[in-house]
Design a protein around this ligand. Structure first.
Ligand code: FES
Length: 132
């Protein structure tokens, strides 16, 4: 998909196509997201980009929606289509599937807090110099 004119874009969706996410259906998630965007006529409002690893492999398949900075976890084609309909189409993020959200900086969502591995928090990783 070539995008020559980004005016009118309201969302940028990053779909992880790193190795772990691909093993967890990243290709199918990517196809499902793009098909649902097209089906809903959102092509002029949503730009998608496949990425390499986003450093959250335990959440595979990962999808990130800007400008809200919401990091969705464990996306399947069905879940990802629901995110497209609710978040991108109706402006209602699916926070139950989000681990992080941007509030001036990325913060853990309540769902992310519940599922943070070993109780580790972003600030602990940063203090240790650990990425992701
Ligand atoms: S491969 Fe997707 S977060 Fe690492």
């Amino acid at each position: 998909m070539a995008t020559w004119d980004l005016r009118g874009m309201k969302h940028h969706v990053l779909i992880c196509n790193g190795g772990t996410c691909l093993r967890h259906g990243g290709d199918d998630v990517t196809t499902a997201v793009r098909e649902e965007i097209a089906r809903l006529g959102l092509d002029d409002a949503v730009h998608t980009t496949r990425t390499r690893c986003n450093g959250r492999c335990q959440d595979a398949c990962v999808m990130i929606v800007y400008p809200q900075g919401i990091w969705y976890r464990q996306m399947t084609p069905e879940r990802a289509k629901e995110v497209v309909r609710a978040h991108l189409g109706e402006g209602v993020p699916m926070r139950e599937w989000a681990t992080y959200e941007y509030e001036g900086e990325l913060v853990l969502t309540p769902a992310g807090e519940r599922e943070a591995p070993s109780g580790k928090r972003k600030t602990e990783h940063a203090a240790k110099g650990v990425k992701g």
